[in-house]
Ligand binder design. Structure first.
Ligand SMILES: C[S@@+](CC[C@H](N)C(=O)[O-])C[C@H]1O[C@@H](n2cnc3c(N)ncnc32)[C@H](O)[C@@H]1O
Length: 254
């Protein structure tokens, strides 16, 4: 049996470098999509900006709880710790969660990154300055089947998660039971529907364009706040990158 995609060592390294790599190491060219770097930090900052008190330029922690679903190796969870007293990061991949816990404890981690195809080099990446790792807890878990023991949250982030789920509509219809009244739901997605993750009959595009589908599903329970382009850059090797533009939408629970 093959190893699930997000459990493989190559994808683990790719995500660790994507989340924590220094911009000057990650994209060491003067030309290039520098605006697309630091995606996990930007989705938190831009997601909260203007819709969440204290989020813009205010590093004072708020008495809030945040849930980062599909947290991968944890960078957005640490970014949320700048704004919240408690952050829970959940990912289905045991390898990702374990790596997030290592970086939380050790503050750094060494990983092999592909330099040229067929060659790797060791790179040490560090937890960003100014975050509060002691406020964060990481768990392996399934976003489609969350325990109510986690309680209710002021902020729920699902970064590039929905197009990796077996049934995004069911997820979106149910996730509000974890968000407090007035709480914020931040979704990002490039809507890259793939049958290996989501059966074709569950793709949101069956409901219209992706954003229209989100509106149809969420409007009864949420007030739409904003929609922004959120570019990101996945590095394949020293000379090859994948530039993607996720769409961020932000919703306030009624
Ligand atoms: C495209 S990655 C995005 C990761 C991260 N949020 C980011 O923006 O870099 C999707 C993540 O969702 C996780 N995932 C997929 N299905 C999941 C599920 N049912 N429950 C929790 N996490 C899941 C994967 O393991 C992976 O880490």
């Amino acid at each position: 049996m093959s190893i699930p995609y997000y459990e493989t060592s190559a994808i683990l390294s790719e995500y660790l470098f994507f989340h924590y790599g220094k911009s000057s190491d990650y994209l060491p060219f003067s030309e290039g999509p520098h605006h697309a770097l630091e995606f996990p930090r930007r989705i938190v900052e831009r997601g909260l900006a203007g819709v969440y008190t204290g989020a813009e330029g205010d590093s004072m922690p708020l008495a809030a709880r945040a849930l980062d679903l599909g947290c991968a190796v944890g960078r957005s969870s640490f970014e949320l710790s700048r704004f919240c007293q408690e952050v829970i990061g959940i990912d289905y991949s045991a390898a990702f969660v374990q790596a997030a816990q290592v970086i939380q404890k050790e503050k750094k981690i060494t990983l092999p990154v592909v330099s040229e195809v067929g060659k790797t080099k060791e790179v040490t990446v560090e937890i960003p300055l100014g975050v509060f790792p002691e406020r964060v807890q990481f768990y392996q878990g399934d976003a489609m089947n969350l325990s109510t023991d986690y309680g209710m949250f002021d902020i729920l982030l699902a970064g590039n998660l929905i197009d990796r789920l077996p049934d995004p509509k069911i997820f979106l219809q149910g996730i509000g039971s974890f968000i407090k009244q007035g709480g914020i739901l931040i979704l990002t997605s490039p809507y890259t529907w793939m049958e290996s993750f989501t059966p074709r009959e569950k793709w949101l595009t069956l409901e219209g364009e992706n954003f229209e589908a989100l509106q149809k599903i969420l409007t009864a329970d949420y007030e739409f706040q904003k929609r922004e382009e959120m570019p990101m850059l996945i590095r394949e090797h020293h000379r090859k990158y994948q530039w993607t533009v996720s769409e961020m939408t932000v919703w306030r629970k009624k």
